[in-house]
Design a protein around this ligand. Structure first.
Ligand code: PEP
Length: 255
């Protein structure tokens, strides 16, 4: 079954409001003919509303890099799903490995965030992926099984069309080292199979699985041509218009 490609940019902790608006303005100029794929950018919280406004006549969607699970209250520093929607977000990235690594995110907190985001009407890109140590120990697929089941626990089949899974091997994020197409395809097939076990065999046919981990113009096409790869979650290369646009073009070519 054909799945529409999805290219998402995770800007991480980069860009002031002015830089963010300049970046999406230049992206819009580059991407006039790029309607064949879904595109999303996730600026830092401070720039979300300005980026949303700058994209008012564009099909590029806006997402957040994280979200909290409570609706409001005494949770200093946190941002609720409703606040993100209010600022223009359609998406939230949840469970990025940097959040798991540096900020104590667990399968349980990822799951709470997933439930809260979906309940508020956001869509979610949930990130899973093994460390190098886990891969070398032959445990990569066990980690994916655990993280996928943990993130999706308690969700229903009907939620799954609002969820995209990003396979992001931790050893490939920001390192310049990417998974080979074969490694990516195998991992994506494994994720799809796990989702099939949890929600029945139809769900993985339509669910998109993105690859993330040093995707660049030079390696995008071969990764995106893999049967089980439906797009990319792009960090570093999404900060440069020409590179992000080249990856989107690769997605159009692969679709
Ligand atoms: C990411 O942060 O999701 C990511 C994939 O980063 P990079 O493309 O820089 O490896």
């Amino acid at each position: 079954m054909a799945r529409r490609f999805f290219v998402a940019g995770n800007w991480k902790m980069n860009n002031t409001i002015e830089q963010s608006v300049n970046l999406v303005n230049s992206l819009q100029k580059e991407m006039r003919d790029m309607h064949k794929v879904d595109i999303m950018v996730a600026p830092p919280f401070t720039a979300i509303k300005s980026v949303y406004d700058a994209l008012s006549s564009s099909s590029i969607q806006v997402g957040a890099q994280d979200v909290f699970w409570e609706e409001s209250g005494a949770y200093t520093g946190e941002v609720s799903p409703m606040m993100l929607k209010d600022a223009g977000c359609k998406w939230a990235i949840i469970g990025h490995s940097e959040r798991r690594q540096y900020f104590g995110e667990t399968d349980d907190t990822v799951n709470r965030k997933m439930k809260a985001a979906l309940a508020a009407g956001l869509k979610a890109i949930v990130c899973v992926g093994e460390t190098l140590e886990e891969r070398d120990a032959g445990k990569a697929f066990d980690v994916l099984d655990r993280q996928v089941a943990g993130a999706l626990a308690g969700l229903g089949k009907e939620d799954m069309d609002k969820i995209v899974i990003a396979y992001e091997p931790v050893w490939a994020i920001g390192t310049g080292r990417n998974a080979t197409p074969q490694q990516a395809d195998e991992a994506h097939a494994k994720i799809r199979a796990r989702v099939g076990e949890l929600f029945g065999s139809k769900t993985p046919e339509t669910m998109r699985v993105l690859y993330g981990g040093s995707m660049k113009p030079a390696n995008a096409l071969e990764l995106l041509k893999c049967e089980n790869v439906d797009g990319g979650l792009i960090g570093g290369a999404s900060l440069k218009t020409a590179e992000f646009a080249a990856i989107i073009r690769a997605a159009i070519e692969a679709s």
